[in-house]
Design a protein around this ligand. Structure first.
Ligand SMILES: *[C@@H]1O[C@H](CO)[C@@H](O)[C@H](O)[C@H]1NC(C)=O
Ligand SMILES: *[C@@H]1O[C@H](CO)[C@@H](O)[C@H](O)[C@H]1NC(C)=O
Ligand SMILES: *[C@@H]1O[C@H](CO)[C@@H](O)[C@H](O)[C@H]1NC(C)=O
Ligand SMILES: *[C@@H]1O[C@H](CO)[C@@H](O)[C@H](O)[C@H]1NC(C)=O
Ligand SMILES: *[C@@H]1O[C@H](CO)[C@@H](O)[C@H](O)[C@H]1NC(C)=O
Ligand SMILES: *[C@@H]1O[C@H](CO)[C@@H](O)[C@H](O)[C@H]1NC(C)=O
Ligand SMILES: *[C@@H]1O[C@H](CO)[C@@H](O)[C@H](O)[C@H]1NC(C)=O
Ligand SMILES: *[C@@H]1O[C@H](CO)[C@@H](O)[C@H](O)[C@H]1NC(C)=O
Length: 369
């Protein structure tokens, strides 16, 4: 991938790398020779790489088999996947990474490597959370809301400026990518309670997203790679409520209804906030495209891990069912896509040309912007 490093970025990089060399090892050799553009990741279980393992009372965890069965050493890491998740596949294609940067809460555990590692990006995502700070707390006990994730990023920003100085720190943060994948849990939570009309709910969700994006912008973020809500009504758990396994209409309708205002919001922010750039991935269309034309997938309806019974689907756990041909399944468990599916999606997000799937530019163009 061609990059056009600015002289300024080179300076930042040099300073940053020196510090990396002195404090910690560089995770990938690619990263050592390339201008550093760290990636910061925010969101829910679609991009969580182990945050929830560090939360005492959180029940939304993927720290047990068969999660991670296709990951390095077949180890469960907290990823809600058989292997890599969307955070991993996207940063790998963007370049400079073999997998997502580690969770903020994992980095906090080791203060001697913390400063070196944050210069390489941080993943704040927490499974079960949402745009609304209450989302996920009821079903899962404790999750890290997007608001808290952004507060954690503010800490990281402080730590980065302490290392690089105010202006180089600022430049590093402005050159970085900010990947956001969130909203599904807010919609699920709305469906259980219906506190307001769907119109008011979507308007509230959009206004909440606006606040978060503006806060990140104020902290120095400029390049936003946003992933919309997928057709959550088509995941195996939602299909299990239909006698014939059809997609559930309400969650899908809300996912579609949220896309247009989100796009409009991003457009508005890019025209009102100087330097605000974005790429919006349409997870709804990408997933529906696979469901309708399942090239390469034998099963786009059932979960690879967990037994489908009359009552629904049992959890993905050791002793339960796990399919042998995991790359042929769109869904890994009752809620989450397989590694094979997110690899396809990442390809589309990073290099795609079709505005049905990614607009107005793709993630690789955003990275170079
Ligand atoms: C975790 O749960 C225990 C018992 O329910 C409770 O006493 C404790 O305050 C909770 N901790 C947090 C951080 O919520
Ligand atoms: C903390 O990081 C340092 C420096 O990278 C490393 O040598 C040490 O083993 C780490 N400690 C733990 C407990 O992981
Ligand atoms: C990072 O910043 C926080 C908040 O200012 C501070 O408490 C913490 O000690 C810093 N961490 C390091 C390793 O400097
Ligand atoms: C969205 O609704 C919640 C709950 O009613 C409310 O607390 C919050 O202030 C609203 N957010 C916005 C941005 O309007
Ligand atoms: C974007 O701006 C247009 C024109 O000012 C406005 O009508 C629309 O409501 C805005 N959309 C959002 C989501 O803020
Ligand atoms: C893609 O998404 C947009 C926005 O939700 C929608 O209008 C359009 O019909 C979708 N196209 C396909 C092919 O799914
Ligand atoms: C799950 O299904 C498999 C194959 O259909 C069966 O062999 C296994 O006993 C089931 N496990 C549980 C826990 O129901
Ligand atoms: C998407 O990415 C590819 C590869 O970087 C690039 O050639 C192409 O022009 C991009 N398309 C858009 C619409 O940004």
């Amino acid at each position: 991938m061609a990059m056009k490093p600015l002289t300024i970025q080179k300076t930042v990089l040099l300073t940053a790398c020196l510090i990396l060399f002195s404090v910690s090892t560089i995770p990938t050799n690619k990263a050592a020779s390339k201008p550093m553009q760290p990636v910061f990741i925010f969101g829910d279980s679609t991009v969580d790489v182990g945050t929830n393992n560090h939360l005492k009372n959180c029940t939304a965890r993927a720290n047990h088999p068969y999660y991670g069965i296709d990951y390095l050493q077949s180890k469960p890491t907290g990823r809600f996947s058989n292997g890599q998740n969307a955070a991993d596949t996207i940063v790998t294609l963007l370049g400079g990474y073999k997998h997502s940067p580690p969770p903020f809460l994992a980095l906090l555990k080791n203060s001697s490597s913390f400063t070196g590692k944050i210069l390489h990006g941080v993943n704040f995502a927490s499974g079960g959370c949402g745009l609304d700070k209450e989302t996920g707390k009821d079903p899962y006990g404790v999750v890290v809301s997007l608001e808290e994730q952004i507060q954690q990023f503010a800490t990281v920003k402080g730590n980065i400026t302490a290392i690089l100085g105010e202006s180089n720190g600022q430049l590093l943060l402005q050159g970085s990518m900010y990947i956001m994948s969130i909203g599904s849990n807010d919609i699920m939570s709305y469906i259980f309670t219906h506190p307001v009309t769907p119109e008011l709910f979507i308007a509230n969700l959009t206004a909440t997203y606006a606040i978060h994006l503006k806060n990140l912008y104020s902290l120095g973020a400029r390049k936003f790679g946003v992933i919309s809500v997928p057709p959550i009504g088509c995941c195996p758990i939602a299909r299990s409520f239909s006698p014939v396994g059809d997609c559930a209409k309400e969650p899908n309708d809300l996912a579609i209804a949220f896309y247009t205002p989100l796009e409009s919001l991003l457009k508005n922010l890019s025209s009102t906030l100087e330097g605000f750039k974005y790429s919006l991935g349409n997870a709804y269309n990408m997933t529906m495209n696979i469901i309708e034309k399942p090239i390469g997938f034998k099963d786009v309806k059932t979960a690879c891990c967990g037994n489908h019974t009359q009552q629904g689907i049992s959890d993905c756990k050791k002793g339960g069912y796990v399919c042998p041909n995991r790359d042929e399944y769109l869904f890994w468990d009752a809620y989450h896509p397989s590694q094979a599916a997110v690899k396809l999606a990442a390809r589309e997000l990073v290099f795609g040309e079709d505005p049905k799937f990614v607009t107005p530019i793709n993630f690789s163009t955003l990275k170079r912007a």
